[in-house]
Design a protein around this ligand. Sequence first.
Ligand code: AMP
Ligand code: MG
Length: 334
Amino acid sequence: MKKLLALLLIITIAVLPSCTEGRTEVYTAYTVAMDTSASVTVYGGNKQAAEDSLRLFEQLDKELSVTGEGSLVYFLNKNGEVTASDNLLYLVNQGNILKQETNGAFNPCIYPLVRLWGFTTDDKKVPSASELEAAVTLVSASDVSVERDKVRLSDGALLDLGGIAKGYASDLMAQLLAERGVESAIISLGGNVKTLGTKPNGAEWIVGINSPKGNGLVGTVSVGEMSIVTSGSYLRNFTENGQLYHHIIDPATGYPADSGLVSVTVIAPSATLADGLSTAFFVMGKDKAAECAEKLGVDVVFITESSIFVTKGIKEKFTPDSAIEGVYTVEYIC
Ligand code: AMP
Ligand code: MG
């Protein structure tokens, strides 16, 4: 089914005409990789750069996928050591920094737990308490280290870059576009949006934040060149016996994080950082996450069942949607 969807999208690209917005040429290219429908829109006519940035996204998927048999991460998890690419070295270092900054809420070696829940397979299931206990013990003792160009795992540890790979990909894609002379573009990789420059008319981009209830937007943020990354329990999950289980795992319990949050959007210049933090903040819960966000100088939109909390740094940039009245209250924090 995924292959069919990918094929359909590729065919769509081939027949998509470019169009113009005002007098600026607009071109959007699409693909599917990292389990995500991806699009890149460039303004000003550089179609090849848009296509090439998506080829880069596909290559990064092949290199960093935890399940793809030819990937470096797959090889590392199988052998405990690998001669790494620059991408892998950078991401392992970032993963370890995030682990430290978030007090272990982000754990780059979360894979034994993710695998147990079946989130990277077609067989999602609730593991037994003893399986979870063993995996929590393993993950908490896990370590991934870098020595020159080698990446090494401690005994039994398994790396999973799913919490930061899309953010990193969008950072590299934006860099590629900029190097090709693109001054105005928007990259969208599922919940990861990255903007380049401003809109062609010099105005800020307006980026929507989806409602976790699946009915439109809760609001928009206006930004210049920025990364806007969302982690949500509504994005990847399954239901068993009426209970929803989602893909963001609390390394301390082994269960899907139960912090009262249903969506976290981080707004920061670096998409790698925003991606890692959105995953970690989801685990940490609003209060601890807000403290960490203030320390790191990033802005956040937290959503619970009935409230939206927006950090004060983006108060003027956030516009709640009129449809949320009576559904969510909005509060500005920090
Ligand atoms: P995201 O959608 O960016 O929040 O990332 C979710 C993905 O990150 C999951 O599908 C896992 O591959 C991985 N992941 C889940 N929980 C964690 C965690 N606590 N720390 C690091 N990565 C995680
Ligand atoms: Mg993330």
